[in-house]
Structures are given as structure tokens and as C-alpha cells.
Design a protein around this ligand. Structure first.
Ligand SMILES: *[C@@H]1O[C@H](CO)[C@@H](O)[C@H](O)[C@H]1NC(C)=O
Ligand SMILES: *[C@@H]1O[C@H](CO)[C@@H](O)[C@H](O)[C@H]1NC(C)=O
Ligand SMILES: [Zn+2]
Length: 578
């Protein structure tokens, strides 16, 4: 092995005074000038021998360099080769708000629940390839809007930006470019389809709170027309007119009607119709499935609700099957974004019992995508990452001044059968209905049966009685303390997040800037985002959204205060920020 050579040489330097002299000579030769402490001339034979050795060293070093360059070149060619020449599918998964600690937490929780050995790991663990640096253009701590813009456009922007650059011009997204290039496209989420992550792939807005505008663009009221073929998730309220109950729109436009009548969507909004899709074998595109007014409930709660909401895994499998069928006779495959949206919400709420179930649900969907790729005759790749971490989760917690125990207790999370959010909602409705036996209701129904806490102190229950508006915060804290789980914030953090991928995603090995993940997506699909950007900028000059009192189709340019209040609104909804 030629690469032994430099190691050997430096060993020799250290092992004898004789070679010390030679080393000094080598240094002199390399430096090209006489050293002050140059050794005395030696015998002729010895000099020749030295020269021979030196020449050999130079040649060997050169050979090592050449070999290294050649093999690196070969490796990058192989990296290119990993992108198939023909038809291909790309599945991009986003675990919103999931940092590295969430994985440790969930892995141990799963081992505890299943009585599994210490080497039992998640699907995600088996496909770990690197990490992503997440800062935005406006802050070291990003939000999901800037985070998803880095993925969709491959560019940094400010917190709150929905595929809009810091100069407030739109940037073309990988989904738009994929649609232009003939791919079929899909979005699957567990939060509102108008929330930041899905919004960044199929719409453009100066601030993330423009969810009414985002809904319109997503169905096709967009300078490029309809760019999505399949959308499933929550957020129905932004598609319903303000004259209907269950609407959260500011105007009386019916976007579900607009979607069906003008843009040809097949619209469904309930479990029965979802079951009618037969996990994808009976889907007609374009398909719009809005299964909840706002969020689909946390997995921890959803599964106790008679399955009225589809799970992330069910939606993901349905989407994969439908998109594969729709592209069967096409020479282009599909691009699908799947988001485990509510890992972030559990982080904002500092609720570890809800979070482990969200991560497990995401891991299950990740496993289904891997299985799909294994079985599909079309080439494809799965890349998964997070936009940022949420909560500053710590998998240990010191509760007393004395030296802490080295332990945390998954059993506490296992005993919970209700999220803090759901328990808090039950409390609100109990109070709304008269609030009989409030303290009993809290301690028996919510804390014992819901949270699985049998040893609550009277003072803890009293806090909830006195401040029901903060109950979700207190419930999360009761669980976190007992499980010895720590949190540093109800907001996001700047820690690097993990990147996962199937075979073919090797270009994302190691530590990357989040925009490089976005660039990988466009490179894999081999689509031209720049021309989409140019088209959007050109069309922006004349494009107007019908019926909207907007000066621009991307909404008004927000002040710093508007951006802050959009961020606070998101945080308040799940984090109980004061
Ligand atoms: C509903 O929207 C219309 C405009 O489309 C507006 O004039 C009206 O005030 C809204 N109503 C409510 C209750 O927000
Ligand atoms: C979990 O619940 C069981 C009873 O269902 C109880 O025996 C156990 O002590 C609980 N564990 C914790 C950590 O609270
Ligand atoms: Zn968030």
C-alpha cells in the first residue's frame, strides 16, 4: 500500500538520529535554501544513497496524491451515477422540529414498550447519513418557513418567508419545477396544508400567516396554474368560506368549490371517503383530502378516536400507490413531500409523551417509503431531514440541587394515554359545560386516566384549577419532571438536525447547509428551478388573485412586527407562551 509511506517516513524520523539528519536534508531540499543548521557534507556513497531515497520518497508521495485524486474523482463519478438516467421517483420527508435528542428519546421509549434489546433501533437510525445546519438569513434560529424555503428553493431567506427571497421576489420551487418537467407531485402532512412546510413547495407568500392566500395558490390560483396533483392533511378551515361553521378564512370564498369547479380537484373531507381510496388503488387525481379543520390530532390521541382521522402512514402509503399508478405510463416519475408536522408542536408544547408517538408515526411512514422503493420497479430515492429542532429537548433533567441521578424514565411516557393538548381541551370543554367537580375531574379524569400520573400532589392539581388557561403547560411539565425530561424553550433552537437517506442519497453524507438538501432535490430530479423563478417574476407583474384585496398575489410586505407576531402566533398555538 503506497499510503503506508508517509506514516513510515515519520516513524523513521522519530526512531533514529541517522534519519533525523536525512530529514533535515529533505527539509532543506524542499525549502530550496540552505538551512543555518545544515549538517556537514557526508561521504559520496552516502549522499547518493540519500538522494536515491529522497527521489523515491518524492515519487511515492506524488503517486499517493495522484491515486487520491483519481479515487476521489471516481467516487464523485459514482455519486453522479447514483442518479439514474431514466424515470425516477423522489420522496422527501420532513420531520418538523425533530432534533437528535428526539431520536434517543424515542428509541429508548420503543425499547421500553416492546421489551426490546438495546440494539433495537428505528428505521431512521439505520439510514442516518449526516446532519444539516439550519440558520436562516434573518436569524441563527430558523422557523419552518425559512427552513422549508431552503429545501424548496435551495436558498436562504428570512423567518416567515414562504418561498420568497429577502428582496420579496418569489423563488421557483422544486415541486413547481418538477411539475413543469412532467413529474406528478404530492404533499402529505399532519398539520394544515396551508402551514409553512407544505406551503413552501406550492405557493409564495411574504409571510406565513397568509394562509387564506396560500390555500388559493395551492389549488391552482397561482401564476403557474395548478402545480400539485395530490394533497392530503388538515387545514380545511382555510378552504371554507367565512359563512360556514368550521371556517377560519377572512373572506367568503369557498376554496373547496373553486378547487373542484375551476381546477378539477376530487375533494374529500372525511374518513369514509379516505377508506374509499383503498389505500391508493382507487384514487383519481388531482386529489384534495382535507381530513381536519386544523391539525390532525396527535398520534397519541388520534388512535383513541375510533380512527376518524387517517394516520400519517396511511396517507403516505395511499399517496405512494396513487402516484405510482398515475405515472405508470409516463417517462417521468413523481415527487412527493411527506411531513411529520406535529413533532414540532409536541416540542413547542414540551410534551414528551406526545412527541415519542409522533416520531414513531413518522418512523413508520419512513419504513413504508423504504418498502415502496424496494418493491418499485422504478428507480427512486428517499431523503429525510428536519427544518430545525424545537424545545431544546434534553434526555435527562436535574430537579434538585443534589447531584443528579443518571436516569430517565420511559415508563412515565408509556403510562400517558392522552396528550397535554388533548387533556387541556377536555378541561376547557368541561368548564364550558359548567365545570362541575372541577378538581375531581382534573385529578381523576385528566391527570390519572389521561396522563397516567397516580401520584400528583394537591398543589399541582390546584395550579391547574387556578390557571386552566395554562393547563397544557402544567400537564406537560408534570410528565416531563416525572420522566426526567428537560426542555430549554417553548420555541425553536439552532442545533444541527439529522439527515437520513436511502441508497442514492450519498451526496448528502456528512454535515451540510440546509440549502444543499434543497439542491440535492433539484439535482436528483434534474429540473430547472431558475427558469421557474424567471417565469414567476415575469408573471408577478400582471398576475392578480381574484377576489382578494391584495396589492400583490404574494400578500403585503410585512413589517418586522408582522413577522414577529406571525412567529408568536405559531408558538402560542402549541407552546403556551405567555
Ligand atoms: C366574511 O367575508 C366577507 C368578505 O368576503 C366580509 O365582508 C365579511 O365581513 C366576513 N364576515 C365575517 C364574519 O368575518
Ligand atoms: C405506570 O402505571 C402502572 C399502573 O398502570 C403503575 O403501576 C406504575 O407505577 C406507573 N409508572 C409510573 C412511572 O408512574
Ligand atoms: Zn415550530
Amino acid at each position: 500500500m503506497p499510503s503506508d509511506r508517509p506514516l513510515l517516513a515519520s516513524d523513521r524520523r522519530e526512531s533514529s538520529t541517522h534519519s533525523d539528519e536525512r530529514a533535515a536534508e529533505e527539509d532543506t531540499a524542499l525549502l530550496g535554501s540552505q538551512r543555518k543548521d545544515a549538517p556537514k557534507p557526508q561521504s559520496r556513497a552516502r549522499s547518493w544513497r540519500e538522494l536515491g531515497l529522497f527521489t523515491w520518497a518524492v515519487v511515492a508521495t506524488a503517486a499517493v496524491i495522484v491515486l487520491a485524486v483519481v479515487s476521489q474523482h471516481q467516487a464523485s463519478k459514482n455519486g453522479k451515477k447514483a442518479i439514474p438516467a431514466g424515470k425516477r421517483n423522489l420522496i422527501f420527508m420532513v420531520s418538523d422540529g425533530m432534533g437528535p435528542a428526539s431520536l434517543s428519546l424515542t428509541r429508548s421509549f420503543r425499547q421500553f414498550e416492546g421489551g426490546l434489546p438495546h440494539d433495537d433501533v428505528l428505521f431512521l437510525d439505520q439510514h442516518f447519513i449526516g446532519s444539516s445546519r439550519t440558520r436562516s438569513s434573518s436569524s441563527l434560529v430558523t422557523d419552518s418557513a425559512a427552513g422549508a424555503t431552503a429545501f424548496s428553493c435551495g436558498m436562504k431567506s428570512y423567518n416567515g418567508a414562504i418561498s420568497i427571497l429577502p428582496d420579496h421576489t418569489p423563488c421557483g420551487t422544486v415541486l413547481e419545477a418538477a411539475k413543469r418537467a412532467g413529474y406528478t407531485t404530492g404533499l402529505v402532512v399532519t398539520t394544515s396544508l396551508t402551514d409553512a412546510t407544505p406551503a413552501c413547495f406550492a405557493s409564495h407568500a411574504n409571510v406565513r400567516s397568509e394562509e387564506d392566500l396560500i390555500a388559493q395558490q395551492e389549488v391552482g390560483e397561482h401564476p403557474l396554474g395548478r402545480v400539485v396533483d395530490l394533497m392530503m392533511g388538515g387545514g380545511r378551515c382555510h378552504f371554507l368560506p367565512n359563512t360556514t361553521s368550521g371556517s377560519c378564512r377572512g373572506d367568503d370564498r369557498d376554496i373547496t368549490k373553486l378547487a373542484q369547479e375551476k381546477y378539477g380537484w376530487n375533494y374529500i373531507d372525511n374518513r369514509e371517503d379516505f377508506d374509499g381510496l383503498k389505500l391508493g388503488s382507487a384514487v383519481k387525481l388531482p386529489l384534495l383530502g382535507l381530513f381536519a379543520g386544523y391539525n390532525i390530532p396527535y398520534e397519541l390521541d388520534r388512535r383513541n378516536m375510533n380512527d376518524i382521522y387517517p394516520s400519517l402512514d396511511e396517507m403516505a402509503r395511499t399517496a405512494l400507490k396513487a402516484l405510482e399508478a398515475a405515472t405508470r405510463d409516463s417517462d417521468k416519475g413523481f415527487f412527493l413531500m411527506i411531513e411529520g408536522s406535529r413533532i414540532d408542536h409536541a416540542g413547542h408544547g414540551n410534551d414528551p409523551a406526545a412527541q415519542v408517538r409522533e416520531v414513531l408515526a413518522y418512523d413508520k411512514a419512513f419504513g413504508s417509503v423504504l418498502e415502496f422503493l424496494d418493491e418499485s420497479s422504478t428507480d427512486g430515492v428517499l431523503v429525510a431531514t428536519s427544518d430545525h429542532e424545537t424545545g431544546g429537548l434534553a434526555v435527562a433533567r436535574q430537579l434538585h440541587p443534589t447531584y443528579p441521578h443518571y436516569a430517565w424514565y420511559p415508563e412515565v411516557l408509556h403510562n400517558a394515554s392522552s396528550s397535554a393538548e388533548h387533556s387541556s381541551r377536555r378541561l376547557r370543554s368541561h368548564i364550558f359545560n359548567g365545570g362541575d367537580n372541577l378538581k375531581d375531574f382534573i385529578s381523576e379524569e385528566l391527570v390519572k386516566k389521561g396522563l397516567g400520573i397516580w401520584n400528583a400532589k394537591d398543589s399541582e392539581i390546584q395550579l391547574v384549577v387556578d390557571n386552566p388557561a395554562l393547563s397544557s403547560y402544567y400537564f406537560s411539565d408534570m410528565i416531563s419532571r416525572r420522566a426526567r425530561i428537560g426542555w430549554s424553550t417553548h420555541g425553536h433552537t439552532a442545533v444541527d438536525v439529522n439527515i437520513y437517506g436511502s441508497a442514492g442519497s450519498e451526496a448528502l453524507r456528512g454535515n451540510h447547509e440546509n440549502v444543499e438538501v434543497g439542491k440535492f432535490l433539484r439535482d436528483y430530479l434534474d429540473v430547472d428551478i431558475e427558469s421557474v423563478t424567471e417565469e414567476l417574476v415575469e408573471k408577478s407583474k400582471s398576475f392578480k388573485i381574484a377576489g382578494a384585496a391584495q396589492t400583490s398575489w404574494t400578500g403585503k410586505i410585512p413589517s418586522g412586527e408582522d413577522l414577529q407576531s406571525a412567529e408568536r402566533k405559531h408558538e402560542k398555538e402549541y407552546g403556551m407562551a405567555p
